[in-house]
Design a protein around this ligand. Structure first.
Ligand code: M6R
Length: 604
């Protein structure tokens, strides 16, 4: 997601800002910009696409004396990735950068427009700088104007403002989006969204709390807390290891990415929900005209999200849906009929097998859609339409947040199609949208659950195999749980439909066979329970994941009681991810780079 940097000092401001933005690239972005105030004059540069484009534009721009500067990598939410929408945003004589969402921007914008203010961009951010200048005009005092502006904003933000009348001051505020400030003995000040840009530059750093705001000059760092009381900076030493800094204190990227899921799902939902309908501005409704079947095609984890989607499409959209493993599909002379929408799913957008099936579908004249996490990837460029999952860069080879956002997109898409096909009542649609809004809360990792899984993981380091079992949409989740465990623990694991165990695999049951049973309260609970009881009666070791206590289980991972099976799905997803993580850590494996695996499989 977006990244912020800021600098005040005598060194090469342009280089410090650009290399800071480079460090934040991993957050994902589609445009970038900087604004520097030097010798009383502002210079501003913006570019769409990668940072090299901004570097190219600034190559003749020299910063060799005291200056203040702010920079930003933007990941588009309000408005397309264009130069006009890129930050920093200009008022009359001030610039702003911002991460997060200003929820009341429409009201503020309306008021400002009534005052004759012209807006150049479609962003929510631009209101901040105009509101600041309006307040400055009224009070004549920059800090008063800034404090008032902050008090008028609703939503989540980390923001920096610089203004011409105070050429040695940067104003800052943080509420809900991360930001820190660094200082050193040379009176330089550095801002960033995470600490990696500050490594090697700042001596110590202060991580802002929600509600903090204030300003820096050469000699000062002034912080006020959320109640408006002056507070002392709480300095800490900066790590000297960039990689560990990027992990934000987590042991592995995979762990960080599991914890990020709540936030990235909120991003996935952003701007796509109204009370009565799902909005995908990026696709044309005609894409579904005359379509009688949806065919989903993918590999690995993306294949599991596709399988999950098939339950949702048939249940909610009442449309036939089939799912294909890409490496199989491409060699089996499949029948491709023109009333089929061909959907490929891929985190990377580069997986060779999936890409090939997309080419086949295009060649056969089918309409195509890609659900992808990487903009401008090969699949995104090739497909007729694209929905981005907005998970941000996923570094762990074992996919977690990509899966979570794919399933979120599919849940939304099944409702979008349901509305087009009139297959759900208005009330049911509203209810489903209400549930969608609850996923970010359902996916917050609870300390209790993580601790419990950490403790019980020690009992699952051996044995002759794991069966992850579930019914309905919990079957693909079982497959995904088993894949996660295989990938990073190197233990043998299978995902199986609960009701199918008695047709063969139950022969394996003994105390050394570990069954991870997904028991959702709101979907086929009694049926799934009976299947687990059959295994328990044959002495298999059972670890049940459910909101309902289950006395036949040897181990129990409790999830919260929720209103709907899909919310249980997301909570159980976190549980199986954490279980694999903790087992792998105990076994001493490299969680982020498991043996024999690559993040993006661009070969057959
Ligand atoms: O980038 P893609 O989603 O197309 O990748 C597909 C698989 O290679 C990928 O999901 C793989 O199975 C992961 N390692 C799963 O954790």
């Amino acid at each position: 997601m977006c990244g912020i940097v800021g600098y005040l000092g005598n060194k090469n401001t342009k280089e410090i800002l650009l290399s800071g933005l480079k460090e934040l690239e991993y957050r994902g972005y589609d445009s970038a910009g900087i604004a520097v105030l030097q010798d009383g004059e502002f210079s501003n540069y913006k570019a769409v696409g990668k940072l090299v484009n901004l570097e190219e534009k600034t190559k003749n721009f020299i910063t060799d004396k005291f200056a203040i500067g702010i920079g930003h990598t933007r990941w588009a939410t309000h408005g397309k990735p264009t130069e006009l929408n890129a930050h920093p945003h200009l008022g009359e004589s001030s610039y702003v950068v911002h991460n997060g969402i200003i929820e009341n921007y429409a009201e503020l914008k309306q008021e400002l427009q009534k005052d004759g203010i012209k807006f150049l961009s479609q962003t929510d951010t631009e209101v901040i700088v105009h509101q600041f200048e309006k307040n400055l005009l009224a009070s004549g005092d920059e800090f008063e104007a800034f404090s008032k502006t902050i008090s008028e904003l609703e939503g989540a933000y980390a923001t920096l403002i610089v203004t011409k009348s105070l050429p040695d001051t940067i104003f800052f505020a943080k509420h809900g989006s991360p930001m820190l400030v660094g200082v050193n003995d040379e009176n330089e000040k550095f801002f960033a969204s995470s600490d990696s840009p500050l490594i090697g530059l700042a001596k110590e750093v202060n991580y802002f709390e929600d509600g903090d705001y204030g300003y820096v000059t050469k000699g000062e760092l002034v912080i006020f807390d959320k109640d408006g009381n002056k507070s002392k900076p709480n300095f800490s030493q900066l790590s000297t290891d960039k990689l560990s800094a990027q992990k934000d204190g987590y042991r592995f990227f995979m762990e960080k990415e599991i914890y990020e899921q709540s936030d990235v799902i909120a991003d996935t939902l952003l701007g796509r929900l109204s009370d009565e309908e799902i909005m995908f501005d990026e696709i044309d409704k005609n894409l579904f005209n005359g379509i009688n079947e949806i065919k989903l095609c993918a590999c690995g984890t993306s294949y599991h999200s596709a399988l999950s989607a098939s339950y949702l499409f048939e249940r909610y959209s009442k449309i036939r849906c089939s799912v294909e493993i890409a490496s199989e599909f491409r060699y089996r002379s499949p029948i491709m009929s023109k009333d089929t929408l061909f959907v490929v799913i891929s985190q990377s957008g580069e997986t060779a097998d999936t890409l090939e099936t997309l080419k086949m579908a295009k060649k056969a004249g089918l309409r195509t859609l890609v659900i992808c996490n990487v903009d401008n990837s090969s699949m995104v460029r090739l497909a007729d339409a694209c929905i981005l999952t907005r998970a941000g860069i996923e570094k762990g080879v074992a996919s977690t947040k990509a899966f979570a956002t794919q399933v979120t997109v599919f849940w939304m898409l099944s409702l979008y199609v349901a509305k087009l096909r009139n297959s759900l009542s208005r009330d049911e649609l509203k209810h489903q949208i209400h549930l969608l809004r609850e996923i970010p809360v359902a996916t917050i990792v609870s300390d209790d659950m993580h601790e419990r899984i950490k403790r019980l993981s020690k009992r699952y380091l051996h044995g002759h195999g794991f069966f992850f079992i579930g019914r309905d949409i919990f079957f693909p989740l079982a497959l995904e749980g088993a894949l996660k465990l295989k990938e990073i623990s190197y233990l043998h694991a299978e995902g199986y439909p609960s009701g199918e165990m008695k047709h063969g695999p139950i022969a394996l049951a003994d105390p050394e066979l570990f069954t991870i049973a997904l028991l959702p309260e709101h979907l086929l609970y009694e049926k799934s329970k009976s299947n687990v009881e059959e295994l328990s009666a044959r002495d298999s070791t059972i670890c049940a994941i459910s909101s309902k206590e289950f006395d036949k289980a040897d181990d129990f991972i409790k999830i919260n009681s929720s209103k709907d099976y899909m919310l249980e799905f997301f909570e159980m997803m976190i549980a199986v991810q954490l279980l694999s993580l903790e087992i792998s850590i105990r076994l001493g494996n490299d969680v982020d780079m498991p043996r024999n695996l690559a993040k993006s499989v661009t070969v057959e």
